[in-house]
Write a new protein. Sequence first.
Length: 74
Amino acid sequence: MFLVRVVLPVVIALAGVALIATGGEASDGAGVLLLGVALLVVLANVFIRLTIDSQREREEEARNRARGVWPDEP
C-alpha cells in the first residue's frame, strides 16, 4: 500500500514538475495536469483511509453493544 499511497503521487508530481521545467506551452499544461492528478490520487487515498477507519469504529461499537458494553461506561 505504501506504493499506492506515497510513491505513485510523488512520481506523478515529479513528472509534472519535469514537464513544467522543460518549458513550452503544451508541456506546461501537461505538467499542471499531472500535478492535479497527483493531488487527486492523494485525496482519494485519504478518503478511502477515512472510510475504512470509520467502518472499523462502527464495527467495534457494534461488537461492544452486542457484549453489553456501552460507550459511556468505563
